[in-house]
Design a protein around this ligand. Structure first.
Ligand SMILES: [Zn+2]
Length: 187
């Protein structure tokens, strides 16, 4: 109990890594951090994580999931351009059964090179028409509840000493412009 503040965050390799000065951080914004993997599958393997601690992807808010994929996609492009990769595998190991080893949700961008001998190949299962149809029925029922996209809640507008000038501008251009300007000033 005496360490309540430091115990709020669970022990997590990625939480620790992204706040350590030795991390090879490639990209960082409000929600997402990307860094070079410490256990690379191939040269230049990158890990993209939410800044906040979430264990599996279903816990991550939609807008952060979207940002994670946006960043993974851009890093994949960077890998093609700078490391001359011939392809990338963009991988999520979601849950222990799927091979997840760190208890912090991540997307891995794995550069692929000619003759790298990595294999993501598997023998396809042979399912009957009936088996496929049963699975479809079971899944479709839940798929109807996918619902809307969870957007980020707007932060309260903080007025500072230069607000009267901005408020004047805002009054001319409309309230949403004014709010955008306010956001730009919030550190
Ligand atoms: Zn974590």
């Amino acid at each position: 109990m005496e360490q309540s503040a430091s115990q709020e965050k669970p022990a997590c390799d990625y939480c620790e890594l992204i706040s350590s000065p030795g991390a090879f951080i490639l990209y960082e914004d409000k929600h997402v951090v990307a860094f070079l993997s410490e256990e690379p599958i191939s040269e230049g393997s990158i890990v993209v994580v939410p800044k906040e601690h979430y264990v599996i992807i279903e816990q991550v808010p939609d807008y952060v999931v979207a940002k994670m994929f946006h960043v993974a996609n851009k890093l994949s492009v960077a890998v093609f351009d700078s490391l001359n990769a011939l392809g990338t595998n963009i991988l999520i190991q979601n849950g222990v059964a799927a091979g997840q080893r760190v208890n912090h949700c991540s997307i891995e961008v794995i550069p692929r090179f000619e003759g790298d001998a990595l294999s993501f190949a598997w023998v396809p299962k042979q399912l009957s028409e009936e088996e496929m149809s049963t699975i479809e029925i079971e899944l479709k029922e839940l798929c109807s509840n996918i619902g809307g996209f969870e957007t980020e809640k707007e932060e309260p507008v903080v007025l500072d000493s230069s607000a009267p000038k901005a408020a004047e501008d805002g009054a001319k251009k409309g309230d949403s412009d004014f709010r955008k300007k306010q956001f730009l000033r919030i550190p």
